[in-house]
Design a protein around this ligand. Structure first.
Ligand code: IMP
Length: 189
């Protein structure tokens, strides 16, 4: 029988509280507003994990912005690890030609997903391309990724909440917490 997730009991530790996240997002929004003042800025977010971060960040930005959404899936990996093979499930809806683009990402782990995305978006001729990531988990980085705006450095633990999932669950938690390893080691992939 499949195990029923328990949103609270399955989290062993709260890594970042709602208040810490909100304060950081406001700070990032202020810095981005200053840096991009007077420029045509497009925020490109990667579904689904970045959805809460994008929604909060765009409202912390006080200059005009356009937003666009992409959805990618990596395949060939496991439930907790990416493989680097990325498939675009939803592409941009508007041209970014000549616009300043800021990628809004939930978490950078190996960096393989973002490495692919950066190369893909560069090919679309933006005026500039930078990266804003809420969480940076450098322990398992396989490719060098320059993070222009970073929220938090986190240890090498599998985290859920504030958009991040395990098996499509836990995204609606308002905090970021460490998922109990029993939860993902009990499940076959
Ligand atoms: P990367 O390609 O290894 O950098 O992984 C990027 C993607 O893997 C993220 O956008 C997340 O969807 C997922 N991911 C990586 N680490 C975690 C984690 O600790 N919890 C939930 N998802 C994660």
């Amino acid at each position: 029988m499949t195990r029923q997730p328990d949103l609270i009991a399955d989290v062993s530790e709260i890594l970042l509280t709602e208040e810490e996240i909100q304060a950081k997002v406001r700070d990032l929004g202020r810095r981005i507003s200053d840096d991009y003042a007077g420029r045509a800025l497009t925020l490109v977010s990667v579904l689904k994990g970045s959805l809460p971060f994008m929604a909060d960040l765009m409202r912390s930005i006080t200059i005009p912005v356009q937003i666009d959404l992409m959805e990618v899936s990596s395949y060939g990996g496991t439930a907790t690890e990416t493989s680097g093979l990325v498939r675009i499930l939803k592409d941009l809806s508007s041209s970014i030609d000549g616009r300043h683009v800021l990628i809004v990402e939930d978490i950078i782990d190996t960096g393989l997903t973002l490495n692919y995305l950066v190369r893909y978006l560069r090919g679309k001729n933006p005026a500039s391309l930078r990266i804003c990531a809420l969480l940076d988990k450098p322990a398992r980085r396989l490719v060098e990724i320059p993070i222009d705006y970073r929220g938090f450095l986190i240890p090498d633990q599998f985290v859920v909440g504030y958009g991040l999932d395990y098996g499509e669950t836990y995204r609606n938690l308002r905090f970021v917490g460490v998922l109990r390893p029993e939860v993902y080691t009990a499940d076959p992939d």
